[in-house]
Design a protein around this ligand. Structure first.
Ligand SMILES: *Cc1c(COP(=O)(O)O)cnc(C)c1O
Length: 395
């Protein structure tokens, strides 16, 4: 497999070198240093049934494969599969298990993932789900049944930034023969490599940090397991929700600066988190890089940085939170995350509005919770914007 070969030759290189070069040889005919956008849907065969590695573009596309190989290298995996969205990647992974299987998922899993679990595959494949807090002693083991096949982790979670111990969960999965999937969208392989910590599968919404410029919707799955890779290739080709060559090119271009962006995101976010923690109008801040984070030690043990996402609880009311968001000038009030620009959002009225209020209360998604995706702008401008937004709601 191409991805495997590329990863093995590229492995001695460091992360930043890999993000620029893995899977990306100069184009053989012209020497072009960037991978061309290969738009052909079909590939000429010298003889019937004999092809040069490509037959039909859904099955395999040179631009997509270069991106898949690069992502595999960055996650320290052998096989990569790129999809039309993070959600399409999630849907494809769920096709690995048989109808009637039981899945254990972290309770505040990404809203779209939860919706797909609860309202699509539960109906179409009879899958059953337990949503648990992996930090609650014994909760995971207690949830395992003889039908359990797959465990879905997201760490940190969205929006409360709860951290789960990947090594600990992986050890139980190994002992019980369960597939462990980790959604690594928030940390990226620059800060966290779940396959190295024992996960079987890593999934990303590349819409976020991987592409990083708010102009591609896509997803990717990486694994080291040959059997899983074979099944995923079959499912990717069968379902057909593949990443387009243009989006693969864009994502590869974004990926070339991932480590530089992540360093700046994390440095800015650390400063913002410390600023918020001291602010009199802030009730509480959740950021894995703060000592006050309940899983600070776990985060430190499995990541090399804390990322760019911060959640905080404003003192006041639903209206105060909305007003604060409307006051922002540099931060854009928008859903999504992980791009170069600062974004802020109000989960209760935006991303998590579809989560029932009772469930929101259990997860701590209150009316005054605000989620920040801290960008890579100048830190003075970022703090300045937050300052003036607070000043405008002072009673
Ligand atoms: C955005 C997101 C997804 C879904 O990805 P799409 O590209 O929007 O389909 C899945 N998981 C997490 C953690 C996300 O942030």
């Amino acid at each position: 497999m191409e991805a495997e070969q590329k990863t093995q030759t590229a492995k001695p290189y460091g992360f930043t070198t890999l993000q620029i070069h893995a899977g990306q040889e100069p184009e053989p005919r012209t020497g072009a240093v960037t991978v061309p956008i290969s738009l052909a849907t079909t590939f000429a065969q010298p003889e019937p049934g004999k092809h040069r590695g490509y037959e039909y573009s859904r099955t395999g596309n040179p631009t997509r494969q270069a991106f898949e190989a690069c992502m595999a290298a960055l996650e320290n995996g052998k096989y990569g599969f790129a999809f039309a969205s993070g959600s399409a990647a999630t849907g494809s992974i769920l096709n690995l298990i048989d109808a009637g299987s039981h899945v254990i998922s972290v309770d505040d899993v990404y809203g779209g993932t939860q919706r797909y679990f609860r309202r699509v595959v539960s109906r179409t494949a009879g899958l059953t789900f337990s949503f648990i807090d992996f930090n609650q002693e014994g909760a995971f083991e207690a949830a395992i049944t003889d039908k359990t096949r797959l465990v879905w982790l997201e760490t940190p979670t969205n929006p409360t930034l709860k951290v789960s111990d990947i090594r600990k969960v992986a050890a139980v999965c190994k002992a019980r023969g369960l597939l462990l999937v980790v959604d690594n969208t928030f940390m990226t392989p620059y800060f966290q490599r779940p396959l190295d910590l024992g996960a079987d599968i890593v999934v990303h919404s590349i819409t976020k940090y991987i592409n990083g410029h708010s102009d591609v919707v896509g997803g990717v799955v990486v694994t080291n397991d040959e059997k899983i890779a074979k099944d995923l290739a079959f499912i990717q080709n069968g379902l057909g929700a593949v990443l387009s060559p243009f989006d693969a090119y864009m994502a590869m271009r974004g990926l070339k600066t991932l480590s530089l962006r992540m360093k700046q995101h994390a440095a800015n976010a650390q400063t913002v988190a410390e600023y918020l923690e001291k602010h009199p109008l802030v009730e509480r801040v959740a950021y894995p890089g703060l000592k006050s984070h309940p899983q600070y030690e776990i985060a430190k043990s499995q990541t090399s940085g804390s990322g760019g996402m911060i959640t905080f609880w404003l003192k006041g009311t639903y209206e105060d939170a909305c007003k604060w968001l409307s006051n922002l000038k540099l931060f854009l009030c928008a859903e999504s995350l992980g791009a170069v620009e600062c974004l802020a959002e109000h989960p209760a009225s935006m991303t998590h509005a579809s989560v029932p209020p009772e469930q929101r209360a259990i997860l701590g998604i209150s009316d005054t919770l605000i989620r920040l995706s801290v960008g890579i702008e100048d830190i003075e401008d970022i703090i300045g914007d937050l300052d003036q937004a607070f000043a405008a709601i002072k009673h």
